[in-house]
Design a protein around this ligand. Structure first.
Ligand code: FES
Length: 355
């Protein structure tokens, strides 16, 4: 069944840095099961800002073991939602929240003796904090090494929490800070990750091929740099987990519609057991956009092919995706599409959000 939004009260808003607020949600007893989550998953939030509906996804920075639902929202330039959260949102306000989703995780195994490594930059620490805390608490024989990149010590999100883990798990948690605006003695830790620095890390700090899982979260270029480095060093792709916060094209880029194409598709959409049908031109418009224009109530968040919230099964017809950063190869083979990226290419299209 496709996911729906629930009205959830905010029980706390506090600043973790000058421009980043942590929101805690008050999940009622009745909704606890629906909102149960796995470390590394995210929430999609929705609200009206100046008469416009805005939705954004944020990783849960709390761990499932805390039984707390917290997200950290960093204020970004021209970010309407993040500005609203940091400047206006307060305790007692209500936001619409979709239950947790996402696959940026490895299953916990209490008997496991694993070595994990994470690379995080800036607000990319939010899911990574949840992942580290959960594995170290639940797997007493596992270890974690974190390479954490920030502008300065002042700008570090969840600094106290991360330091707290370091003190709690002495000997099982290693933390290396990388700073771009503060100089330290060891050149390795000054500035962002580069191919050369990764080579040094692999030579001196970790044994690349004996690591069980890698988790990477930060800017797209950083993620791909590290992923490609690991792949080039023969790390199995299944061990490399990453979470994109933005689309590699920058998110806002929209392909121009092909005004000359007058071919029409008859599109039917099944959601929550109800079928909605409409016609749309095969001019490059995406199925999700056309469906929303036709008043269908469908789940979506990023609209950039990243989050997977708009996933549905193509039962009939042809609808290639412009980009896909979320679906696995097997899912595409099974007929799943990201409706925010799929464009109809046949006269009849049937999409099922319930399967
Ligand atoms: S809405 Fe995020 S992938 Fe489609």
């Amino acid at each position: 069944m496709s996911q729906q939004f629930y009205k959830i009260q905010v029980s706390q808003v506090f600043k973790t840095t000058e421009d980043c607020s942590v929101i805690t949600f008050d999940i009622s007893k009745e909704l606890e099961e629906k909102f149960s989550f796995i470390q590394g998953q995210y929430l999609t939030l929705k609200t009206m800002i100046n008469g416009e509906e805005i939705r954004r996804s944020y990783s849960l920075c709390s761990s499932p073991i805390d039984k707390e639902w917290k997200v950290a929202v960093k204020k970004i330039d021209d970010g309407r939602f993040s500005t609203y959260v940091n400047d206006e949102l307060k305790e007692g306000d209500v936001l619409e929240v979709m239950p947790p989703s996402g696959r940026f995780f490895q299953e916990v195994d209490v008997k496991a003796k694993r070595n994990y490594v994470a690379f995080a930059a800036g607000s990319g620490i939010t899911p990574i904090h949840s992942i580290i805390k959960t594995h170290l608490n639940k797997e007493p024989n596992s270890t974690f090494t974190l390479f954490y990149l920030n502008r300065s010590v002042q700008s570090m999100i969840l600094r106290e929490e991360i330091e707290g883990l370091k003190n709690q798990f002495l000997g099982r948690f290693e933390l290396y800070h990388f700073l771009t605006q503060e100089q330290r003695d060891a050149p390795l830790f000054n500035g962002g990750f580069t191919k050369e620095k990764l080579a040094t890390i692999a030579e001196k700090l970790i044994e690349v091929n004996s690591i069980d899982d890698y988790f990477i979260c930060g800017p797209t270029e950083m993620i791909f740099l590290i992923r490609d480095f690991l792949k080039a060093n023969e790390v199995d792709e299944k061990k490399i987990h990453f979470e994109l916060f933005n689309t590699p094209t920058g998110g806002a880029k929209k392909k121009k519609l092909d005004e000359n194409n007058k071919d029409v598709s008859e599109v039917s959409i099944i959601t929550n057991g109800v079928q909605v049908s409409f016609k749309m031109t095969q001019n490059g418009e995406k199925i999700l956009d056309a469906a929303l224009r036709n008043n269908a109530d469908l789940p979506f968040a990023c609209k950039g092919g990243v989050c997977c919230t708009c996933k549905a099964k193509l039962i009939e017809g042809e609808a290639p995706m412009e980009v896909n950063y979320a679906l696995e190869k097997e899912e595409v083979e099974q007929g799943y599409i990201l409706t925010c990226q799929a464009m109809p290419k046949s006269s009849k299209i049937l999409v099922d959000f319930d399967s």
